[in-house]
Design a binder for this molecule. Structure first.
Ligand SMILES: Cc1cc2nc3c(=O)[nH]c(=O)nc-3n(C[C@H](O)[C@H](O)[C@H](O)COP(=O)(O)OP(=O)(O)OC[C@H]3O[C@@H](n4cnc5c(N)ncnc54)[C@H](O)[C@@H]3O)c2cc1C
Length: 408
């Protein structure tokens, strides 16, 4: 059988997992990324799951080196810094570049095309064609939309499916551990810190530095602080100093008074050590939190993958793991079934089950944000941390089930 060719739209983590796992299953792959520069500069902490490590190993990326920083417990602190609840749990917290760099480096440059923005996908008799902003047309047996939560591919085939704002944003800050006071380092870097101000949730932890270093003192410290705000206020904070309103304002354009206000709130609401770190961040930024579920993932020879298909709120910390498992399911199904349409139908069915589950689970976890003191039960540290602590095992069970079924 001649080698089949996949056109992958989106060269972030989902697109890279798809490229590697399909190549290993006998496909030729071409990855097209809208952004012209290397993506490793995207600095953000990422929770990991066993399945993510398994997928890196399957690709052949050295997993003897840890994927990230090992943490040993979840500790909830109040705004004075007092520990109010603790659960022992081993987790590995990673960072964007620690995953992106080896995945990107392991893919030959001739198969990765930066600065190529897809404008349209077309099904045709042989397979699918990608049409790019510069007029280039490329054809293959399969086109994969791995182009994120605001996917161009999805909006073409499912124009009514749009990200739904969850009612809150995540403020994020990343600070070199070397810049933290010794007492803050001692208090914060060995475990995940939770803080639960009224109707809000803050989680912070040490992550690999942008160059991948995981040695104590060389790492970064990552803060994610979920805060409810209504859509009018969201539009306001997405408006830059010139009065231009962005869908998602880029970090350097966030107005200084907005940063000053959130830093002042951090002083009042978060443990002092965390507020200090937040105040020391060169560029705090926020991301609006969305839900997205696609009722279909396959349209002829076009398939959606990763955030283009489903966006689970970040509480599950599994968006990258989900994208990797999507890619594994697609690769395994196409390897096992010579009929590509049958393999795609299988992929569509299996990954919708997982996507629907993980979106629902992440909604449950986020449901406490914005509710305030009226729902005291749901907001107790015991409840929230128990729910968070149950997640890794849940994701593991679902991942194992998916992979078993995919190896048909
Ligand atoms: C606050 C927050 C915290 C998170 N924490 C975690 C965590 O702890 N663990 C975890 O696993 N996940 C986490 N996530 C989720 C994770 O970031 C995403 O699930 C993951 O990045 C999805 O990868 P993706 O490749 O599907 O999409 P993306 O990373 O969004 O990549 C899509 C790519 O497609 C490109 N693109 C878009 N349109 C086009 C086009 N028309 N043509 C060509 N290219 C295009 C984009 O430039 C981009 O590079 C978090 C998310 C948020 C918001």
């Amino acid at each position: 059988m001649p080698r089949r060719r996949a056109l992958i739209i989106g060269g972030s983590l989902g697109g890279l997992f798809a490229a590697h796992l399909l190549r290993a299953a006998g496909w030729d792959v071409e990855v097209y990324e809208r952004i012209g520069e290397d993506l490793a500069g995207r600095g953000a902490g990422l929770g990991t799951h066993d399945a993510l490590r398994d997928m890196m190993a399957r690709i052949g990326i050295d997993v003897v080196a840890p994927l990230g920083v090992a943490t040993h417990a979840y500790v909830c602190r109040d705004h004075t810094g007092r520990a109010v609840h603790e659960i022992k749990l081993e987790r590995v917290m990673s960072a964007w570049a620690r995953l992106y760099r080896p995945l990107r480096d392991a893919l030959p440059d001739e198969n990765y095309h930066p600065g190529m923005a897809l404008t349209r996908a077309e099904n045709d008799t042989r397979g699918a064609t990608a049409v790019f902003a510069d007029g280039t047309r490329m054809s293959g047996d399969l086109l994969i939309g791995a182009d994120g939560g605001r996917s161009t591919v999805r909006s073409q085939f499912l124009p009514d499916v749009k990200p739904e704002y969850a009612g809150y944003i995540a403020w994020r800050a990343l600070v070199p551990e070397a810049d933290m006071a010794p007492a803050a380092r001692a208090e914060l870097t060995e475990h995940l810190t939770f803080c639960i101000p009224d109707g809000e949730l803050m989680i912070s932890y040490a992550v690999p530095a942008r160059d991948g270093d995981i040695r104590p003192g060389r790492r970064d410290y990552n803060i994610v602080w979920y805060r409810p705000i209504d859509e009018r206020r969201l539009a306001d904070i997405n408006t830059d100093a010139s009065g231009f309103r962005h869908d998602q304002v880029s970090p350097p354009l966030i107005r200084p008074e907005i940063i000053a206000a959130v830093q002042a709130d951090a002083r009042a609401l978060l443990p002092p050590a965390v507020a200090d770190v937040f105040a020391g961040a060169a560029q705090p930024f926020f991301q609006a939190i969305f839900d997205l579920s696609s009722p279909r993932l396959v349209f002829g020879r076009v398939a959606l993958l990763g955030d283009a298909a489903f966006v689970a709120r970040p509480h599950v910390g599994a968006g990258v793991t989900k994208a990797a498992l999507d890619a594994a399911c697609l690769a395994d199904a196409t390897a096992a079934m010579p009929d590509l349409d049958a393999a795609l139908a299988y992929y569509d069915r299996e990954r919708r089950r997982f996507g629907d589950w993980i979106v629902a689970r992440s909604r449950d976890l986020g449901a406490c944000i914005g509710l305030g003191a009226t729902t005291a039960h749901a907001l107790t540290p015991e409840y929230i941390m128990r729910e968070y602590a149950a997640l890794p095992a849940d994701v593991k069970n679902w991942a194992a089930g998916t992979l078993q079924r995919a190896i048909v």
